[in-house]
Design a protein around this ligand. Sequence first.
Ligand code: PXP
Length: 238
Amino acid sequence: MRLAINIDHVATIREARGGVEPDPVTAAGICELAGAEGIVCHLREDRRHINDRDVRLLRETVKTKLDLEMAATEEIIRIAIETLPDLVTLVPEKRQELTTEGGLDVAGNKNYLRDAIKEFHKQEIDVSLFVDPTAGQIEAAHEIGADMIELHTGEYANARTEKEAAALLDVIRNAARLGKELGLGVNAGHGLNYVNIRPFASIKEIDEVSIGHAIISYAVFVGLDRAVREMRKLVEEK
Ligand code: PXP
């Protein structure tokens, strides 16, 4: 399983003072040197953390794989097509939310999303759809031509008991299996941390996890290099 790291929170700290540091572009380099296999950033419509300059520089400097997380709006699609990331992950976006709150309703927006996917494919950009781990959404993602799905792990991450977590992990496992049966790449993310990631290493159908908040938070205390290396180990463990 690969580890992709979301560096939005580094930009959030920068924006707290509106200055130039800490720089998420520097963070991306450190993450890669410590073993990250991909860098994820979310260019939000309100530019609350990552901005256009970051995306431009990340495109120039990221050596592994740049995943641009984004809402499928006209403006952001245009920027993505100019930037040419390796991958876009389409997510729903609400201005008031603190972070992405749920998966995309692919089944309810097939035509719009199919057209957006075609635009990206013309530029040879792979497209991942962030979906709740349900058969209906995964089948819809396959039907409209997505290359991969990212399974929303937020509910699993918020489980309050071990029993609940185990049941939700089964839901993710089954969803990952379905994705693979349909020939999709399968990523997973949201709310994963140094504890709840452990059982994921046993789900062979998940190609990659995308983790942000837990790694950047831990890095505040132990440094980014160590925070990334420790997560790399957990992701590799069988
Ligand atoms: N995947 C997606 C689609 C997300 O929106 C986010 C949050 O930006 C993440 C992964 C990473 O979530 P977290 O910061 O909770 O690790």
